[in-house]
Each structure stands twice: as structure tokens, then as C-alpha cells.
Design a protein around this ligand. Structure first.
Ligand code: GLU
Length: 489
């Protein structure tokens, strides 16, 4: 156990996009730190030089910022334990490795990849767990020195003690026990001099004074190796908590074939960050009292690792959609307009530099919110206000028994009346009804198809004023009066 201020970390490898499962790991760290007055550290684990890229790192940081998971220390903001990229910490790994060698807890291994591959294949063929044989552990000091001087490639391995039971208390999973005899001596420094994950993570977590390591369950088999390394270096291990995997609906780990898996994909599809954060928190945790819609700061106040479930969490896209609808309704209208605008630009409905674009989107957004799951779906839902298809409108009007008569009367009622409001629309509909004697659907449906060119869509008393507001700021968009005149003639 640890004393002193709580320090947690999220330690992504910059080898791709931020997966929602890892985003949940970051979120649980953040919730714990924010709820307990702790420090949230971001460390970039870029020891895999082949696969790590700065582009990936920037993308991950950007996604975390978008989610609102701000960190107190990290590669961009610094902190008391720099540097925050493993590629800058080589000296520290070297020093720790030297200490292990001096203490007889690490040894050079000259086995080639081929040799190791053969051993592995033989073990698997005999249904044994693949585990390093320990061949180089017994080499004499003279031989090691001779081969090293001759320039033979050598990795450094940690000597795992034989025949011990190692138990640690996991805050999510309870007591977890491993037998050291099934753990092969792990490589801690590769033959190219680069530190291996299991080693670098221990040196960094210890030197960065991390008190709680919260990470995915896929790392649980690494934990005993790491604890042994802590012990060999004379350090106290942190508290561990391993989060269950995030699964797809078929109970296989969430992957590409289930659809979107990365935070950036969810963002591109028009989910709000607060909705994704709220949803991710529900994967394995509950804010309590049957409540599900809870904002991040409130979740942080209630968060308790010991109440996180150890059973796997199934990603439910319908539930995320429901939560997103909720937050779309809650969102500040101007913010929502700003967030939705890019999809209108992509759809070609407004120009990127169009001075009227903001007002136009602001006019149509209220009738889409509540009707769509995601911001990406908004333009399609309200396209009639921007692209009026006169020929289609004509065809639909003509298909209605009293279509032409009703639309003519409506055209007369709105002629010269200025932009429609909810009230003036209702008054115009009433006067068309008085003039034609047509009422109900037979009255409203021809008006709908004439004004929108669509057979269905949002409520008319919302849609028609919105059309006029769009027309007021976008020269090429016809007003309701213009649409009516054209259809009524
Ligand atoms: N870089 C590791 C990963 O992305 C971090 C694991 C850990 O948190 O210890 O999986």
C-alpha cells in the first residue's frame, strides 16, 4: 500500500488511434484523480521505435483533450518528473538495469530469435506454456565477458525467483496469485539497447511516484513480473486495478469489425464528448441510485474503484445514441451550432466562409435535436430548408387531391407577409382552410410537400419559420412565400 498524495497515470503507446477501451482506462484514472484531489499524469510509452509516431501521439493527446480528460503532468505541460516520453528516459533505464546486474538479478542472454522460436514451438507442441528455458542464466561470468567483448548481440533478462507464490491485491479483482515458476525470465533490455515494456513501466511508475496503476486486464499477466522487478530494485509497488475488457455485441473484444472503435471515429460521427465520457464511465461502473446520465465532475465525486465490476463490459451503441441525444438537448445552442456546422459544409449546404452559415444552422438545429442520434445526421434531416427541389414538390402537390387549390390559397395568404413565424404560419394555414374548406391532413400535407419537397419531416410550424430564417441569410434559398407562389401558380 502507498501513502502520500495520490498519483495516477495514463500511459498510451503512440502506435495508432486512441481505442475507446483505452479511453475508458484514461477516464477511470481521471475520475479517480479528480475525485480524490490526486494528480493525473500522462506518459507516452514510445519504446517501440518501429511503430511509435508523433502523429499518433498528437492524435491521442487531441482525443483526450476533446474528451475533457485534462492532465496535470505530461509531455506537453511538463511536471516534476520529466521527461514524460519514454524515449527521453533511456539513462534511467540504464541505471536501473545496472543495479539489477550488480545485484545478480539480471543477466545477459545471447539466444537468437531462431533459438527462442524453436524453444517456443517445442513447448507449444508439448502443450507446455512457452517460457524461456533460462539457458543463459547459468553462463559463467568469463564466458559472458568474452562474448560481450566479441560484440555478440545480447539482451538483458530479469532473473525471476523460482518456486514462489506471488499474490497482489487488485482493487477491482481482489487477490490475484501467480506462481513464479510459470513466469519465464523476461527480457528487460533488448539487444538493441531499448528497454522492454515490463521494465520501463516499473522504472517510470516508481520514479514518477505513481501510487495507483489502473489499466486494462490485458496487462494483468505482466503485473507479477513488474512486482518482482519493483522488489528487486527495493521499491514499493503501487496499488493495481485491472479493468475488464470492452467487448462487442458478440462478446469478442471490441474491434474494427464491430464498427467504430477509436475516439476519433466517434467524434467524426457526431457524438458529443460529454456523451461519450458519460457512456464510457458506465462500462463497468455505475454512478448509483439507478442514475445513468451524470456529468463528468459529478461522476468524479462519486467514483470508487472498488465498485468497478470485474466482468467484461459490452459496448452498446444504442445506449450511446440515447445518451448522445440527451446531451444534444442539454448543450448550449451556440456551441451546438459551431459543432454541427462542419457537417453542413461537408454536405455542400453552406460554404465554409459563408457569413450566413452560422445563422442558417442555428435556425434549423432546434427541429433536428431530439430527432437524430448524432450531429452528423443533422444536415440530412433539415436539407429541405437549403435545397428545395421544385420539380419534386410539384409532383407531390399534384398527387394530392386538393393539392393545387390548397397551395394556391396558402400562397395568397403568405404573399407579402414577411418571414413566417409560428403564429403567422398558423394564421396563413387557417386562412387557406377558410378559403378552400379543406382541413386536417388534406390541408397540411399539400402545404408540407409544396414547401419542403418532402413527403415527411419536422413539424410544419417549426419547419416553415426555419426555412424563412435560412432564406433571410442565404440569398440562393427561396422563402416560403416564393416557394408557395411558384407552386400555387
Ligand atoms: N503502454 C501500455 C499500453 O498502452 C501501458 C500499459 C500500462 O498502463 O501499464 O497498453
Amino acid at each position: 500500500m502507498t501513502s502520500g498524495p495520490m498519483r495516477v497515470r495514463f500511459a498510451p503507446s503512440p502506435t495508432g488511434l486512441l481505442h475507446v477501451g483505452n479511453a475508458r482506462t484514461a477516464l477511470f484514472n481521471w475520475l479517480l484523480a479528480r475525485g480524490q484531489g490526486g494528480t493525473f499524469v500522462l506518459r507516452v510509452e514510445d519504446t517501440d521505435t518501429q511503430r511509435s509516431t508523433r502523429v499518433s501521439e498528437e492524435g491521442i493527446l487531441e482525443d483526450l483533450r476533446w474528451l475533457g480528460l485534462n492532465w496535470d503532468e505530461g509531455p506537453d505541460v511538463g511536471g516534476s518528473y520529466p521527461p514524460y516520453r519514454q524515449s527521453g528516459r533511456t539513462d534511467r533505464y540504464r541505471q536501473a538495469a545496472d543495479r539489477l546486474i550488480a545485484a545478480g538479478r539480471a543477466y545477459y542472454c545471447f539466444c537468437s530469435a531462431e533459438q527462442l522460436g524453436q524453444e517456443r514451438a517445442a513447448a507449444l507442441a508439448g502443450s507446455l506454456p512457452p517460457r524461456y528455458s533460462g539457458r543463459c542464466r547459468v553462463l559463467g561470468a568469463d564466458e559472458v565477458a568474452r562474448r560481450r567483448e566479441a560484440g555478440e548481440a545480447a539482451a538483458l533478462r530479469f532473473a525471476v525467483p523460482e518456486g514462489e507464490d506471488l499474490t497482489f491485491h487488485d482493487l477491482v479483482r481482489g487477490d490475484v496469485t501467480f506462481q513464479t515458476s510459470v513466469i519465464g525470465d523476461p527480457v528487460i533490455v533488448r539487444s538493441d539497447g531499448g528497454p522492454a515494456y515490463n521494465f520501463a513501466v516499473v522504472v517510470d511508475d516508481a520514479e514518477m511516484a505513481i501510487t495507483h496503476v489502473i489499466r486494462g486486464e490485458d496487462h494483468i499477466s505482466n503485473t507479477p513480473r513488474q512486482i518482482l522487478i519493483y522488489q528487486a530494485l527495493g521499491w514499493t509497488p503501487p496499488v493495481f486495478a485491472h479493468l475488464s475488457l470492452v467487448l462487442g455485441p458478440d462478446h469478442a473484444p471490441l474491434s474494427k469489425r464491430h464498427g467504430a472503435t477509436s475516439v476519433s471515429e466517434f467524434r467524426a460521427r457526431g457524438y458529443l464528448p460529454e456523451a461519450l465520457v458519460n457512456y464510457l464511465a458506465l462500462l463497468g461502473w455505475s454512478p448509483g441510485e439507478g442514475e445513468e446520465l451524470v456529468v463528468a465532475d459529478e461522476m468524479a465525486r462519486r467514483f470508487d474503484l472498488t465498485r468497478v465490476s470485474h466482468s467484461a463490459a459490452v459496448f452498446d451503441i444504442e445506449k450511446l445514441a440515447w445518451i448522445n441525444r440527451h446531451y444534444m438537448k442539454q448543450a448550449d445552442p451556440a456551441r451546438l451550432v459551431t459543432l454541427t456546422l462542419p457537417w453542413f459544409v461537408t454536405a455542400g449546404m453552406v460554404g465554409a466562409d459563408d457569413p450566413g452559415a452560422f445563422a442558417a444552422v442555428a435556425a434549423v438545429l432546434p427541429m433536428a435535436v431530439g430527432a437524430v442520434d448524432r450531429l452528423e445526421e443533422v444536415p440530412q434531416r433539415v436539407a429541405f430548408a437549403f435545397d428545395w427541389d421544385a420539380a419534386e414538390a410539384r409532383r407531390l402537390v399534384d398527387a394530392e387531391p386538393d393539392g393545387a387549390r390548397v397551395v394556391s390559397a396558402f400562397a395568397e395568404a403568405v404573399a407579402g407577409s414577411g418571414p413566417l413565424t409560428r403564429e403567422s404560419f398558423r394564421a396563413a394555414a387557417a386562412s387557406a382552410r377558410a378559403a378552400t374548406g379543406v382541413k386536417g391532413r388534406a390541408l397540411f400535407h399539400p402545404i408540407r410537400v409544396a414547401m419542403t419537397g418532402w413527403d415527411s419531416g419536422p413539424e410544419l410550424d417549426l419547419a416553415l419559420p426555419a426555412i424563412d430564417q435560412v432564406a433571410a441569410v442565404m440569398a440562393q434559398v427561396p422563402t416560403c412565400a416564393e416557394r408557395a407562389r411558384k407552386m400555387g401558380s
